[in-house]
Design a binder for this molecule. Structure first.
Ligand code: PLP
Length: 363
């Protein structure tokens, strides 16, 4: 944005977050769960909203206690409501973490390529962003991670696992090595945790004894509730108390709280599609590789694929055929979200056509 308004100098020239929201038949670009709520759940949501509607003259529960209890029960691992905090999407959770633990004169470090909102929210909170690198296979090499952390002493370290946009999950041993050297908070962003493959542990198991560990989750992806805007974290109760200092009063509306609780009560239904999506993902990866593409292992509901000399061309070719994927991550790659079987079929057909076109021109 360029303006003569007296905007903060550090915001001048920046662009807002802007994954295209295009109305096309096959939308595979923002890692949503493709299944809408069932009529039964829609009914339950409507009734729950109606029940709070008569009390909307009052502010909601500021501390969202009942919701936090439900989220703690969902997480398991012996986690209690005092260890859970919720906000409008995990993006707001991340913002609150940076407001409490980052800020002017402080820094946050992340390993790229990763989720673009980590550096964006970092900047906006007045925190300095430090770019560290993932290895060629998109994992994090503990030795170089430790070196970067010891060199920069960041106040916040971001670890995304499974990582967006690469799908890469981190072994808990790597997280533990990082916790051992980091003097600041270590945030493991587990937005895609429910999609991870059998045998890939969650960082939740590392919470006991690690007071500087924060694990963030969301209801936007596996839980099929992106429109509700609920994200949450699990951490030491003192971390939650620190976040109370920066949260806006009544940040989570009564509607949001009741909708999220109703969704959690129907968790079996909402999470029912996760297994099918994981299988669809594995099938997609196999197909991409058989077609000669490179696709790193994915523990998420999307696959990074490439490599393309001109990915913009392929992205546009897919869009021309009604399939929207994401132009994100390192320049030779595209990311596709796992959708319904018929959407994946449309994607495969469109990609085959686009590649034939691109090859035809080269030949
Ligand atoms: C999608 C995503 C989020 C989520 O956001 P919400 O604000 O909860 O919708 C957080 N982290 C990562 C890595 C994501 O990909």
């Amino acid at each position: 944005m360029n303006t003569d308004l007296p905007i903060r100098e550090d915001l001048r020239g920046r662009d807002p977050y802007g994954a295209p929201q295009l109305d096309v038949p096959v939308r595979l670009n923002t890692n949503e769960n493709p299944h809408p709520p069932s009529p039964r759940l829609v009914q339950a949501l409507a009734e729950a909203v109606a029940a709070v509607a008569g009390r909307l003259n009052r502010y909601p529960d500021r501390d969202a206690v009942e919701l936090r209890k439900d989220l703690a029960d969902y997480l398991g691992h012996g986690i209690t409501a005092r260890q859970v905090w919720a906000a409008n999407g995990s993006n707001e959770i991340i913002q609150q973490i940076l407001q409490a633990f980052g800020g002017p004169g402080r820094s946050a470090l992340g390993f790229e390529p990763s989720y673009s909102m980590h550096p964006t929210i970092t900047h906006v909170s007045g925190t300095r962003w430090i770019d560290a690198e993932r290895s060629a296979d998109f994992g994090i090499d503990p030795r170089s991670a430790i070196k970067a952390i010891e060199q920069h002493r960041p106040d916040v370290v971001f670890l995304t696992s499974p990582n967006n946009p690469t799908g890469t999950a981190l072994p808990p041993a790597v997280i533990q090595e990082i916790l051992a050297v980091a003097s600041g908070m270590v945030v493991v962003d587990e937005a895609y945790a429910e999609f991870r493959r059998e045998g890939t542990p969650s960082a939740l198991s590392l919470l006991p004894g690690n007071r500087r560990l924060i694990v963030t989750r969301t209801m936007s992806k596996a839980f099929a509730m992106a429109g509700t805007r609920v994200g949450y974290l699990a951490a030491d109760p003192e971390v939650v108390e620190a976040l109370l200092l920066v949260r806006l009063p009544y940040h989570l509306s009564a509607i949001t709280q009741v909708v999220a609780r109703t969704a959690l009560a129907h968790g079996d239904e909402l999470l029912g599609a996760v297994e099918a999506l994981r299988q669809e993902r594995d099938g997609l990866m196999e197909w991409l590789r058989a077609e000669g593409f490179t696709a790193p292992e994915s523990d998420a509901n999307f696959v990074l694929f490439g490599k393309f000399a001109d990915r913009g061309r392929v992205w546009q070719g897919l869009l021309d055929r009604g399939v929207l994927v994401r132009e994100v991550g390192p320049p030779e790659w595209l990311r596709v979200t796992v959708g319904l079987p018929e959407e994946m079929a449309a994607f495969r057909t469109a990609l085959t056509e686009v590649m034939a076109e691109v090859m035809g021109e080269i030949a």
